[in-house]
Write a protein that binds this ligand. Sequence first.
Ligand SMILES: Nc1ncnc2c1ncn2[C@@H]1O[C@H](COP(=O)(O)OP(=O)(O)OP(=O)(O)O)[C@@H](O)[C@H]1O
Ligand SMILES: [Mg+2]
Length: 501
Amino acid sequence: MVTGASEGASDVEARAFAAGLRSLLEWLHVPAQGAGNEVVALVQDTLGPAGREHSVVARELPPFEHVNLQTALDAWTAADGRRVEVHGVVLPPHFGGIDLQQLMTGEALPPVRLSAPSVVDLPNGPGSTLACLRSALLLVSDDAGRYLLMLQAPREHEQPTLRVEVAGLPVQQAQAVLAELDRLRRELNVYRGHLVEVTPTPMGTVELTFLDPPDLGRDDVVLPAAVLDRIERHALGVAEHRAGLRSAGQHLKRGLLLYGPPGTGKTHTVRYLLGRMGDYTRLLLTGRSLGVVGSVTELARELQPAVVVLEDVDLVAMDRSFGPGGSPVLFDLLDAMDGAAPDADLLFVLTTNRADLLEPALAARPGRIDVAVDVDLPDAAARRRLLELYGRAVPLRLSDGDVTAAVERTGGVTASFLKELLRRAVLEALHEQDPLREVTAVHVTRALDDLLDSTQQVTRTLLGVGGAGGVGAEEDGVPLQPGPAPAVVYTGSYHPYRHRR
Ligand SMILES: Nc1ncnc2c1ncn2[C@@H]1O[C@H](COP(=O)(O)OP(=O)(O)OP(=O)(O)O)[C@@H](O)[C@H]1O
Ligand SMILES: [Mg+2]
């Protein structure tokens, strides 16, 4: 920061600056070059002249594999007859990376030195973490002899990937060490069987975040029985008949599309399914992350049985991907689905409220989606059930006639509208009574009057009202009152998978 001449640095600032300068000088004082460097000395001593003859074999992994690599290393280290000594390696910031080759020769060396190994605490389950090495040298002795592994975690702006290197072994043996770590990573993969959200990072890779599985019962999903049955049969039924289907040579891979107006319960239904598929690895992609579906499909195949949820596919469907052909993202997505092994137990669930946008693409690449389900606005019977469902915890005092009146007035609204109606009715009652004693027809009517008020168009749009005929339209489609055009509204911070119902 540039300060005016009259306001010199305070004592505290001056002391902090001096301390910073001193530590920089200490860094620079470390002999960087050649065998005088302590890291180089350690590497050269460990390998001996013969070990230094061999090539260094390196493997790059995506950053989300960091926690799996550590899990694999922990298991590998514990194997009988193997001794592993871990040293931390530190580089001052902005020196880029370092590789084992440099440490073996001691040439072109940045000011690197030994330290206690630094670790980053990464989630390895929905409620647990694992301390993972960031930049470390592992001195190994086992049947293969004495050799070195070096691990370097991704560093923002400097190194986008996770790197593991092996030195001191003939190439084939070094490859075997890496293959063994690959096998352990796959076998012990911490994401297997969990619900995981996939988000893209600015470095062009993906980040995986564990989510708590939703806890929704079948009764919490208000859909016509035939619709819910069909969804369940396609999503869950295959798991029950996995062995039978395989032995009859039938594929297990399947695609399910849920389409319909906003607020009708597509996400809600997906959450219900995810809650029921506890033995599946569940990967959730929304919006921008749909662009990385290719690598996610590979991951899903490794972690099968697996579900890949592609929410609101219309958001990016027609965006051009960054690939050489620049094809629409939706095509990449469908190709990735097609590329996955047919006998893999993989379920792809796509949701959209713009089926019209997707149709041409789906028709051009048939066979990826085998079932498309229309999740429509609730009919009178469903609206009645929704009032019951969201009124469960409310002290409702409504006669049959009151409920019928509310059901009739709400023709054409979405399920989420009815949920909001009950919240508003509770608020109306709370204006008069606190603590809450009862919610009556008066409160429900007042809440409805407010929500259906023609001046509240934006509120209604936010609630997804305005399907075929608008509010007040009956199921036969005769509009009783014009409603706003259907609109897609995304409310910034709301995250349906991180909120309870
Ligand atoms: N069929 C339904 N049964 C029970 N509750 C529902 C139903 N549909 C919606 N809801 C309630 O309304 C909320 C919003 O619905 P949801 O997010 O599932 O809509 P959506 O169809 O995914 O809309 P969008 O197209 O905007 O993504 C849900 O969290 C749930 O509480
Ligand atoms: Mg949704």
